[in-house]
Design a protein around this ligand. Sequence first.
Ligand code: SAM
Length: 222
Amino acid sequence: MSGDSKPVESNQEGIHPDLEWAVRRHLAHEYLKPQAPHTLEAFQLATAWIAGRDLPLILDSGCGVGESSCKIALENSDCLVIGIDKSAMRLSKNQGVSALPPNLLLLRADVVDFWILAVCAQWKLQHHFLLYPNPWPKSRHFMRRWHAHPIFPTLLALGGKLELRTNWKTYAQEFAQSLFWADVKNPICTEFEPLDPLTPFERKYLASSHRLWKVEANLRPV
Ligand SMILES: C[S@@+](CC[C@H](N)C(=O)[O-])C[C@H]1O[C@@H](n2cnc3c(N)ncnc32)[C@H](O)[C@@H]1O
């Protein structure tokens, strides 16, 4: 990926004025929707893959080509890592390794449906990565951002250590503020500069001299 990526542009100044209303509304209502058949199938595959292996579970949601999932799996050989992306095209791109680590499963699925299924099955995560989610910077699209989407309480119910990375400061600030409204203790929002990029988007943003932010929070003990 080249270093000519434009910084996120938005017609929104600061935190969206309706964010608190949206987050509190979603926290008060259970979000139910039917799951797409391909995600049901992917979830069954994941369930079979983890069955009988009593190991901590890490999700890399929206993993793109799966480069971060591979690195996370290699660095956490005592954990099971599942990388999920809705794009078959992205997942089919080679991750730069000839064979996936044995503790890694890459799946094509919609994370919204997958998270609902995982919570219903009482999964509890050790760690959950949301690396450079689509920012949806237009003000009128703010409810597509993960923290303003009705799926937000489901995401929180998965537990574990949550880590979001973004090149849009407002996304990080909104995410941390939404965690605070959801009574998550001490979300930490920091600007950071990785020495070794974890994902292709991170590499592209660094090459384009973008500033990067991360939000970390402990949702609850697993
Ligand atoms: C900006 S890319 C970042 C990819 C990767 N994490 C990285 O940093 O290189 C966002 C990714 O999220 C995926 N995505 C967006 N919405 C999704 C959803 N509902 N379910 C699964 N994947 C989704 C997209 O297909 C895309 O690969």
